[in-house]
Each structure stands twice: as C-alpha cells, then as structure tokens.
Design a binder for this molecule. Structure first.
Ligand SMILES: *Cc1c(COP(=O)(O)O)cnc(C)c1O
Length: 399
C-alpha cells in the first residue's frame, strides 16, 4: 500500500469499524511504514509519547507540503531566517523569534547569546570563555540531561535550591538564569520569583518550555510572563519538522543568538544547521497549531483511550483509568492499565507489544502499570492497540 493509500486508510476509521479486527490489523500492519521496512527497520504504533528515540511526532500534512515546496528552489538563507522569524513573532505576538535545530539547540543558542551578545570576537571564541561572563544559575532540582546544551557554550552551571540562594549566587560573571518549565513542581522556587530576581539584577532569564504544548496559549504566554528567551520543540506537540525548534523573546538577544547560529561559519551554532525545508515547515506548523481546534483534539484522543479501555473489559484483574497527568506530565488523555502482576509483569507485556506485529510502544513501570499516550495515535490505530493488548492480557491472565 502506498503512503497516500495508507493515509486514506487511516483517515477512514469507519472502514476499520466494519472489518473484522484481525483483518484490519493485518492490513494496517502491512501498510505501515513500508519505506522503513525496506531498510529492515520495523516501524511502530506510538502509544508512548513524543520521545526523540521514537522520532517525536508525525509532521502535520501542511508542514510536510511546505517542506516539499521549499525543497524546489534556492533562496538567500539569512533573508529566509529573518523573514520566518518575523512571521512567527507576528503570529505569536512576541517581540522576536527564530527557528533553531530543536529545543536543545534553543538552549545552546540562548546561552551563547547571553554570553557573547553581538560581539563578533566573543562569538568566535566560545566555548573558550576565559574572561567572559561564564556562569549560569540553575535550580538544582531542575538539572537534566538537556542542560548539556548550555554547557556546550563552556559555562559553569551554578546550582541554587531557594530564591535566596539564587540571589546570593548572582555576581559579575552571571550570564543567564536558566529555568526548565516542566520541573517547576519539583522545588521551592516559584517561576515569578525567579523572573523577578533576574529582572532586578538585569540578567536575562531563559525558560526551556520544549514540551509545554498543549495548551497553545503557552506559545505566547510564557514570553509575556517576562522570560527574556523561551524555547519550544518544533517536533513534539507542534508537529513541525522533527529537527526544528523555536527560540522566542527579546529582539537584541534573538539577534545575538542568530549571530551564533548557522550559516555563520565560525560560530557554535554552525553544527546545528536548519535547512530551508525545516524553516518553512515549522512556520506552517505554527500557523496550523494556533488555528487548530484543540478541544476537538482532546475529545478525539479521549475517545481513543476509552475505546482501548472498553476492549479490556472483563479480562481478569484488569483495571483501567483514563486520566490527564498532573504537574511534570503532559495535559492530554492517557490510559493507565493495571492487573495482578504475580502472573505477568508490566514489562513483559510491553515487550510482547513491541515484538508483535505491528509493533506497539507503550510506557511500562513496575509501580504505575502500563500507561498509554493518546496523542500520537492515528485514527484507527486505537482499535489495533485495544485488540492486541486484550489478546495478550487474556492469554496471560485467563485460566
Ligand atoms: C524534548 C525536550 C528538549 C529537547 O527538544 P528537541 O526539540 O528534541 O531538541 C529539551 N528540553 C525538554 C524539557 C524537553 O522535553
């Protein structure tokens, strides 16, 4: 089945509803990701979430079309970068914007901008930052692997656990205050307080908001709260190109970040090139996202989870719950599935789902059970997930 046929097939859940499950699943499995199968790599149904290891999200058709059109001609890249940034800034009502090679690159370019400003000599020198502002203050409990992107610039991350410790850590070498939105719930420092401290000291405050979509309002709201720079992933909720991201905020800092970016040759961002296709793809994805009916998405996704839940009715000891994760999670419907694990572990179930055909990815934890994410499923795939999961659990838990 061609990709176009598959898309039609997936867009027609009614077809799936009248076909016997097994036939439908077999058809869909055969249609699924043919181009990957030809390389000997198994594609998968994603009921896990927007994980880079599972290739994030699937690009929106309008973004895909924009990329295809962009791929047909040449253009001066600096002009395109500037125009795309201006368009995105206007759409979101923020001062300035640029397209980066993912949110991780947004973290790196934000840090570089705060260290070098627009000084060409400093831009050439980093990550050798002797004599430059070389410290970034970060809440200790927000430390995470992505802060390597900040450390690429050569800065030292100075940890603080309370607002008072943040204040005391500030000195003449402080380049930036570094916040990670999703980890606010983990500690004592309030977002407002962190911002206030930066404002008072005249030090830029950056927010890594990579996965904070939905809600769509966050695209504007977090900058308006007063953060000087904010990054979002283009390849998660936005459904833009997987290798794209947004950096939003103050005009002077976005200009400094752009000077640290490709196509400038002797700059730290030269290793993180964003092509014309990704740039136009992300502009289109932002346009689509801010016009989208997000309530309809939530309803559709909840329906997927309820459908899977119904398929598991009556399997011995199985309990299900549709829920929206709290702080530190993603505010979209998930399904939790638990059972008597003395007979069959959650990990063993996840392995069978992964190894079967089609391959299905879910989250499994010994404490929480299985948790299935709704928002990366195509219509119709929920029926396959329900059918496969019910089959595995009946086999393991009945008799
Ligand atoms: C996903 C994520 C990133 C990285 O985003 P990319 O667009 O994949 O570079 C950074 N920070 C957080 C908190 C994330 O969730």
């Amino acid at each position: 089945m061609s990709p176009a046929t598959r898309r039609k097939f997936l867009a027609a859940p009614l077809v799936g509803a009248v076909l016997p499950r097994k036939v439908y699943a077999a058809q869909l499995a055969a249609a699924h990701g043919e181009v990957y199968r030809q390389l000997g790599v198994r594609p998968l149904i994603n009921a896990a979430g927007t994980y880079t290891t599972l290739t994030g999200s699937v690009i929106h058709p309008r973004a895909r079309q924009a990329m295809e059109e962009a791929s047909r001609s040449f253009v001066p890249l600096l002009d395109l970068q500037r125009a795309a940034g201006e368009r995105i800034a206007r759409l979101l009502g923020v001062e300035s914007a640029m397209v980066t090679a993912g949110a991780a690159c947004g973290i790196m370019l934000a840090t570089a901008a705060c260290v070098t400003g627009k000084d060409p000599e400093k831009i050439r020198r980093i990550p050798d930052i002797r004599g430059l502002k070389n410290e970034v203050i970060v809440p200790k409990y927000q430390r995470n692997g992505f802060d390597h992107a900040a450390r690429n610039v050569g800065v030292r991350l100075v940890e603080a656990e309370t607002a008072e410790e943040v204040r005391r850590a500030i000195n003449g070498n402080t380049a930036m205050l570094y916040w990670t939105h999703i980890f606010e719930y983990k500690g004592k420092i309030a977002r407002r307080e962190f911002l206030e401290i930066g404002k008072q000291a005249g030090i830029p405050v950056f927010n890594d908001a990579a996965a904070e979509l939905p809600p769509a309002e966050n695209l504007s709201r977090i900058v308006r709260e007063g953060f000087d720079l904010v990054t979002f992933s283009g390849g998660k909720g936005l459904r833009g190109p997987q290798s794209s991201g947004l950096l939003l905020g103050r005009k002077d800092l976005i200009e400094a970040a752009s000077l640290n970016n490709n196509p400038h040759g002797d700059a730290i961002g030269r290793v993180a090139k964003v092509g014309k296709e990704e740039i136009l793809g992300l502009v289109a994805a932002v346009e689509v996202y801010i016009q989208r009916d997000h309530d309809a998405d939530q309803k559709l996704w909840r329906g997927f989870m309820e459908s899977i839940s119904r398929d598991l009715k009556g399997v011995p000891t199985v309990r299900t719950e549709v829920y929206i994760p709290g702080p530190g999670g993603h505010p979209v419907p998930y399904l939790r599935v638990q059972w008597d694990t003395s007979r069959f572990s959650y990990e063993a179930c996840a392995r069978q789902l992964r190894e079967g055909e089609p391959s299905i990815e879910v989250n499994a934890s010994a404490q929480e059970g299985l948790s299935l994410a709704s928002y990366n499923l195509f219509p119709g795939e929920e029926r396959i997930v329900g059918w496969r999961l019910a089959g595995i659990l009946k086999g393991a838990l009945q008799a």
